[in-house]
Design a protein around this ligand. Sequence first.
Ligand code: ADP
Ligand code: MG
Length: 819
Amino acid sequence: MEKRGLSSEEAVLLQQQFGLNQLPAPTPTRWWRKLLQQFNNTLIFILSIAAIFSVALSHWVDGGIIVAVILVNTVLGFIQENRAEKAVAALQSYLVEYSLVLRDGDWQKLPSTNLLPGDWVRIENGERIAADLHIREAYQLQVDESLLTGESVPVDKHLSNDNVQGILHAGTMVTRGSGVGEVFATGAATSIGHIQKLLAQTKPSQSPLLIRINRLSRWLGLGVFILAIIASLIAWMHDDSLEFAILAAISLAVAIIPEGLPAVISITLALGVQRMAQKGSIIRQLPAVETLGAVTVICTDKTGTLTENRMAVEDLRLAQENSESLHRALENMLLCNDAEISDAGQSSGDPLEQALIDYAYDADSALIHYQKRNRRLDTRPFDHESPYMATLHADRIAIKGAPEFVLQHCLQEQEQTDSFWQGVISEMANLGLRTIALAEADISRWSSLDQGRWRWLGVVALLDPPRQAVPAAIAACRGAGIRVIMVTGDHPRTAATIARQIGLVEAGSVRVVDHAQWLAASPAERQQLAREVNVFARVQPADKLELVETLQNNGEIVAMTGDGVNDAPALRRAQIGVAMGLSGSTVAREAAAMILTDDDFAHIASAVAEGRHIYNNIQRTVLFMLPTNFAQGMVIFIAVIFRMNLPITPLQILWINTVTAITLALVFAFMGADKALMQQLPRPVAQPLVPGILWRRITLVTIFLLLMVFAIFEAGSTFYDVVHARTLAVNGLMAMEGAVLLAMYGAWRNDRGDWILIGSLGAMILLQVLFSQLTFLQLVFQTTSMSLIDIGIIFFTALLAWLAARLIMHPQQMFTFKS
Ligand code: ADP
Ligand code: MG
């Protein structure tokens, strides 16, 4: 036979010649372009017009300040956007694809970017082809080449010299079968590289939350526009100068629209996505982050997710208890097996199959080379619809599969009856063991294998212990009002036992629904089952999709895990599709919103907690920003329409707005999670970001701030000149904003992240001191130094604001959503 695969020495040389197997990255957007994109923003637009007006009217100082504000806002937006982008880009590095490659005569798992021409690689159902390949072995291989051809019907592939049938292209998807291929082109040299289309990547989808915020901003903008026109008309009518009227209108707009919000939300989301990645869940679709917090049901696989997927054979029951049938069974375990154990003892492949190999070697060390000596001529791969695998060899067909299924296909020649074996299988399953039957058939039957006439060899029981963190995670979900449903292809009794062990169901009798019962149920009965049953066994992929749909019809928000190709529709249909990072197929991963790096169920629970945390932080930011922005804007509006002396000038409003944006507004983005986060019911998805009751509270806080600003200004005016009174009003307003923040923060406080609060309050105070005391800023903003009495007044106002905010917001009750 021809030489197979590369040696590591050859690989090193070829690597220098061919480089990495990856497509050239798209040229990233230049930084100055991104900076320019910041100007595509309502706030900046309004400000730019204001700057042009000011300069045209020779108000150099005003013009200069507005330009400075524009710069601060652009740079701030630019930095935050950049940071968010980096966080999302960093996730890509977690999503490395691996290939099983023949190097130095052993199958090794290598990153697909290391593939080189001449490498031999395994082709598995559900994987994306990593390079252009000549087929060397093919078992019922079918590929979806729609990426290249646009044709979505899968095409058959064979061992052939034909340039269509005998070749697999990088980027196409294996929809059936398995095989082996030899790489002939990598990276940019592949067909896909030639047409320069990008392989599926995480789509940059915008969060619905962000869309809602933008809509809120625009809606506010419209209202502000109308107010601004009214204000400037009135100002003009009363013969204030036209410039004043326009500047007043513009600063009104700037003050009310919470323009800093989208940037703060992006950064909050980015920080959350980063934290999730550290805790083992990679978000592929950003909108999933906020939906996660609203999840009411998690449907999860058993094997590998709830359990360790580290198996060991516990028991073997043979059809005939003699050494010859034992040997037949051991040989079968090695033949009908895709896993391999190298001479170095390294094993690769499915843990169940590895366990079988280990067991056979332990039982008889003479079998070490049996697997390599008895070449496989053909394969029927395992699939969930008919759960068995069969391999063709010179002297037999070796079969293994789900026991009930295998039993149906066996001859009735043995002494023990079917019901005897059913009993054995139930007994094993009751212990929580995974069962797998061994059988064989004559080679002449290869083409008509489905028609039965198999010979029963016996049944193996494997132990797959539950993961350690799972029981706590399930209890946490329960406490958080989230149901956990086990959905498994395994035996009903195995499922029930494991479910009991991990605390998914109460001890005692567990209700389990299997494929047949599900199939037989009417739609109404299914809705009932979906509400009451927590364990579904011997499930087929189509059932998963139906289960998701039924749950959704019951009004649930569903997270569903999956690993196989056939799970993709259910993953796509669920609000949160969760794929496995270790064991899952690429198809499943690409259909999912989230990926578990090490397949552990516990990470789903922590992702849900993180989803709630992020949502809270965003909601809190909004609750803080709205009243302060409204108050700033309304001060100007009311002063203009009632022809009062402006308590705060338009330029000073710009100052306040900018200082808030770079200090106070960021606090909630960094706030740690509440301890009671997972002791509350899921948030109803339909719940608006700012529920009605909170709008009323926001309005009250706004009115309070507004009255206070006028009160300070009027009081100041009786003792001081207008410049001094205004400085007092500005400092008073900033101090009150700080106090409102403190009041809200205090109510949600937990033990970490306080330094951000302290830092941002400190920075704000420092800026205000400069604003009042620094000669340069005094000239620019028309301010004056504050006396000790002034400072006392400012702190007193802050105290009042703190009390008012505490009282009005009743934050203790803010997040218990009673309808
Ligand atoms: P799970 O939901 O626990 O992952 P699967 O759908 O993977 O279950 O497996 C269902 C049943 O199919 C198992 O109980 C086992 O009997 C059988 N089975 C699993 N893997 C294989 C395999 N590689 N070859 C043959 N039979 C298998
Ligand atoms: Mg499985």
